[in-house]
Design a binder for this molecule. Sequence first.
Ligand code: HAM
Length: 444
Amino acid sequence: MQFETLPGFREFYPESCARRNHVFSRWRQVARAFNFLEYDAPVLEPLELYIEKSGEEIVGQLFNFEDRGGRAVALRPEMTPSLARLIAAKANSLKRPVKWFNIGEHYRYERPQKGRLRAFYQFNVDIFGEPGPAADGELIALLCQTLQAFGLNQQDFKVRLSDRDLWLLMLAAEGLDESGSAQVLGIIDKLERTERAKTVEKLVAIMGEGAEGFLERIEVAIAIRDFPTLRAYMENLPLEGDLASQAQARIADWEQLLRHVEAAGAGDFIQIDLGIVRGLAYYTGFVFEAFEASGEGRALAGGGRYDALVKKLGGPEMPAVGFAMGDVTLVDLLDSKSRMPAYVQRPEFIAIIGGEAERDAALADAAQLRAVGYQVEYPLKIQAFAKQFKAANQSGARFALIYGSEELARGAVKVRDLASGQEVQIARDQLFARVPDLLAAGLS
Ligand code: HAM
């Protein structure tokens, strides 16, 4: 009987694993360049952690079940609630700003389709303890640098930047209270994927008669693409008193954020797009998503500020901002742009062994070389010389180490450069010392 993988789950044959490792190593490299520390958390969590914290959409996609102890549990659909709990528990002893990253698998019961699976990896990067836009700016810069580390550039991706604070001010100017605003933001989140008439219908339920005009004003805001227009738009909002000064302060935050991102070399990737509001429940301020430059397809990454979550999980006030990048859409993009290197693992040495009598000497040398990290292929079965040479040539190894009875009688091993065909005899007790030279210069 043959079993297949579950829908939306992947197997990683060595070639796929090499591709995955390429992605992970670039992720790690950039996180370290920004001096983030790596952390981890459980894959299985109490179901409760995601209810409310993640929001409706993710809760509807949970892999959840009751464990044998009668606990309601769920496979993690995202890292943020677990991370916020880790931070909440140690908040007072952590040196701020806390800059942490993780690479891990996440699980969502979505309909498997292009860019969407049920098990996928995310690169989560978050900063805690810094309320100002410098933290948001640092993360957007890190996001852009990560995609650039894969060889992607301005023709390949952009980061759409938006702001839930700004939306709340705009919706306050429309006379909406907190709960009305939350409902409208939910509708804006789905705007791109919903027929206009359906959107109007949903808005009528909140706004009554004025829904059509209201939607037109929303559409004007969503069409804004540059900062001067955005500033003018905000300055013209009919706001008074405290709300007016909040709007002014927010413009200043935008300026600071854009300056940071530009100075960090990521300015050209940014596209202001208030159509992004993010579906997850916890976002509070700037939000952003990275997309392929054409804007087609699912997001490469998404994130934003979530200043209230740590407190909700029992911690102190702790401003937070972060994002996650997924491996599925990223690898699709890298493949389509031919930016995925072909990884072929080749040993540095392959042993060719005359017979049983020579086996132990070959294995001793291999062990010595392997112990310091050289890649050595050692034949598990001794075959005819000709067959072994053929296999050696096919292996892609740089050198064959040939253990024949004559060489060994002289305490030597024959080293053959498999590219040039040149050979030298080296005393076995000299082999180890000669290896760096051999690898650097080859035999010609
Ligand atoms: P998210 O937008 O739900 O955010 O996911 C972030 C990224 O994970 C997406 O842009 C996408 O690349 C990938 N992703 C999500 N679902 C799937 C799926 N079913 N299949 C393949 N890839 C997927 C979050 O998860 C937030 N927790 C990010 C965050 C971190 N916010 C603050 N810190």
